[in-house]
Design a protein around this ligand. Structure first.
Ligand code: SF4
Ligand code: SF4
Length: 271
């Protein structure tokens, strides 16, 4: 923001943006299979428009996420540079399988400040059972190489919560490897879209998602990425300013058991 510009409180703090809904994995806990739409990549035109929307809404943080592997997008680093020039703080959610050699060098030179790697297992057996299509040895090599690279971003790994024994061993294993911190998430029903028993609901006013909004790879805007069937479209980046969208409780929110901000925070385990 230039000096002297009026300060406008942002409606949302974070945009989750999906560069692609294609993925190189087939995780057993992932609801990608229920997405019955064509899979594809965000175009340059849609991306640039999305950045303009974020600037107009004074949003400061962009997370490359959604139901796909963002690093499959050929223009990933060029896109990230453009977002950083707009003043956005950038994070990447990834399964880490493509983080090798040249990709790591580009990552270290890029404006990505935080990489969160989705890792469901601390042994070859559990990891490859939970995340078919990916190789545990490859993941470990990649994480070690990132950790040894000068200028690397903050590196965290995340897993679904299991029993106490799994959680402890998982935490010890990856902290020993040198990652900066661990995140655990409760298995949830993805806004009622998955056949997972609804475990606990908190009032809408206490949910961490109140401060984020989701832009899909085709430029449509949704309350969050968990609307995997894409039923609650709130507009597109070409016709709907983000600041005009109020975060209200939609039908999908009523069946959603994704945890509150408090619970989310207590699941962080800083090294
Ligand atoms: S890596 Fe992520 S998007 Fe891909 S299948 Fe696994 S959970 Fe889903
Ligand atoms: S409460 Fe609504 S917006 Fe929040 S995560 Fe659940 S479905 Fe998404």
């Amino acid at each position: 923001m230039s000096r002297g510009s009026p300060v406008v409180s942002p409606v949302y703090a974070v945009v989750d943006l999906e560069l692609t809904n294609r993925c190189n994995a087939r995780c057993t806990f992932c609801p990608r299979d229920v997405v019955d739409e064509n899979r594809g990549y965000m175009t340059e035109e849609v991306y640039d428009r999305a950045l303009e929307c974020m600037a107009e809404a004074h949003i400061g943080s962009l997370v490359y996420s959604g139901f796909g592997e963002a690093l499959l997008h050929k223009r990933f680093f060029r896109f990230a540079d453009r977002a950083a020039r707009k003043g956005l703080a950038l994070s990447l959610n990834t399964n880490g399988a493509l983080l090798t050699g040249q990709m790591i060098a580009e990552l270290a030179a890029s404006p990505i400040g935080h990489v969160n790697v989705n890792v469901n297992g601390y042994t070859r057996e559990t990891y490859e059972m939970n995340m078919p299509g990916l190789k545990f040895d490859r993941l470990l090599d990649n994480l070690k190489e990132v950790l040894a690279t000068d200028g690397r971003p903050v590196l965290s790994v995340q897993s679904l919560l299991h029993d106490e024994d799994y959680n402890r061993r998982f935490r010890e294993f990856y902290l020993d490897l040198g990652v900066d911190y661990i995140q655990f998430f409760r298995r949830n029903n993805r806004s009622g879209n998955l056949d997972v028993e609804c475990s606990r609901q908190v009032p809408f006013s206490e949910r961490f998602c109140r401060t984020l909004i989701f832009i899909a790879n085709d430029g449509r805007i949704f309350p969050c990425s968990h609307d995997v069937r894409r039923r609650t479209c709130l507009g597109t980046v070409t016709d709907t300013p983000l600041q005009s969208i109020e975060k209200v409780e939609h039908d999908l929110c009523r069946n959603c058991d994704i945890c509150s901000m408090d619970e989310f925070a207590t699941m962080r385990h800083m090294s």
